[in-house]
Ligand binder design. Structure first.
Ligand code: HEM
Length: 388
């Protein structure tokens, strides 16, 4: 596990947050099992190592108790009930099914389409629109309100709390007070809206039926808000950024909107919103690249695995016609993203609604990123819209 000339992965380093891909490449080549000694943090970066680790939850555990040392990085994010590997986790997945299963997501489609259309109405007035702040970032908050039965008027406040929740001060491991305040505000808000219709009512019924406790049902609501908004915003923003910057690929997609599904998968693979998931080893693990001790904190670098040249041809290229090869952007195995179908739907609808309104989109100013230890999201994506 020597790392000749390769820096260890540091999720707090802002240069890495802004572009982790050159470091991922170096790690895959020279240090597929990496270790940041000061942070006491191990990393796996090759697809052939990350994929099996995601499936081996007996060895690479995401038990909330075991993960508590990660609080420095993740704050409250992983400390929910959904993170556990226990049978309780199965019960919680059951509770989520009526909200996020295929039928539920299909039912939501007309509402997602209406939201995308309304947001584009707001943007279509002027020549230049911010497709991150005005579209990618707003759409998932409104969809989450629709999913949970929360008032749309609260969307800006909810979006603000979620931003605060994920915010970290550059280079600092500690969870800042704003993030804790964001969590408390969101928690209090969900308490106040426990009697809301829609998804909140479904969660309340699960508690009434004894499938989960009241506290757990509130935790699940919080996890849905926290897990679904920034990730989906990141996916839509990054996908539109790539298409805006590449007129040739854009023309292909605009001419053949049926490519939409593949474009969403390519955006997930190429620069997915969640760059890693955290695990703790339950025993010493012998890998082809060295041994990880027991109780080690390991980041499975899914963002790197998705660019692994051993699995994907020309992995750094964004190619809307890339043949479908499964990627790890939503994780894999027991904790595979419960909201994957909804996120895919939102991204596809966002793209298709934009294609229906515009002949083309073109970059019209500097792109701004929101930097956090694990997520990829855009704050600003100014684009000139050539309206139909
Ligand atoms: C593009 C958007 C999204 C991405 C990239 C993403 C990514 C992920 C990943 C990588 C995991 C696995 C975590 C782990 O293994 O530790 C996960 C889990 C989860 N996601 Fe997502 N997610 C997205 C959208 C959503 C949405 C829209 C929702 C719900 C509204 C959601 C709800 C969840 C939940 C509840 C889990 C926990 C599943 C479990 O532990 O069994 N996600 N997500």
């Amino acid at each position: 596990m020597t790392m000749p000339g390769v820096a260890a992965y540091d999720p707090l380093d802002v240069a890495t947050q802004s572009d982790p891909y050159p470091l991922y490449h170096a790690l895959r080549e020279a240090a597929p099992l990496g270790c940041h000694e000061r942070l006491d943090l191990w990393t796996l970066s090759r697809h052939e190592d990350v994929a099996p680790a995601l499936h081996d939850h007996a060895t690479f555990a995401s038990d909330a108790a075991a993960l508590s040392p990660f609080d420095r990085f993740l704050g409250i994010r992983e400390a929910g009930y959904v993170a556990g590997d226990s049978r309780r986790h199965d019960a919680l997945r059951e509770v989520l099914r009526p909200l996020l299963g295929a039928t539920a997501v299909e039912r939501l489609q007309p509402e997602v389409e209406a939201i995308a259309d309304r947001l584009l109405d707001d943007l279509a007035g002027g020549g230049v629109a911010d497709l991150a702040a005005g579209y990618a970032r707003r759409l998932p908050v409104l969809v989450t309100c629709a999913l949970l039965g929360l008032p749309e008027a609260d969307a800006p406040a909810i979006g603000g709390w979620v931003d605060a929740l994920f915010g970290r001060r550059p280079g600092l491991a500690e969870v800042p007070p704003e993030a804790v305040a964001g969590l408390r505000a969101l928690w209090a808000y969900l308490e106040d809206h426990a009697g809301a219709p829609g998804g909140m009512a479904t969660l309340a019924q699960a508690a009434d039926a004894g499938a989960v406790t009241r506290e757990e049902s509130r935790d699940i609501a919080l996890i849905l808000v926290a897990a679904g908004i920034k990730t989906t915003s990141g996916l839509i923003g990054t996908m539109l950024m790539r298409l805006a910057a590449d007129p040739e690929q854009q023309r292909l997609v605009w001419r053949e909107p049926a490519l939409g599904r593949g474009v969403v998968e390519e955006a997930l693979r190429h620069d997915g919103p969640a760059q890693w998931v955290a695990r703790v080893t339950t025993r010493p693990v012998v890998t082809a690249h060295g041994t990880i001790r027991a109780h080690a904190r390991v980041l499975l670098l899914i963002g790197s695995a998705n660019r692994d040249e051993r699995r994907y041809a020309d992995p750094d290229a964004f190619d809307v016609r890339r043949p479908a090869v499964r990627n790890l952007a939503f994780g894999s195995g027991l904790h595979f993203c419960a909201g994957a179908a909804l996120a895919r739907l939102e991204a596809r609808v966002a793209l298709q609604a934009l294609i229906a309104r515009t002949e083309a989109i073109e970059p019209a100013g500097p792109v701004e990123r929101i930097l956090t230890p694990a997520e990829r999201e855009l704050a600003r994506l100014p684009c000139a819209l050539a309206l139909r």
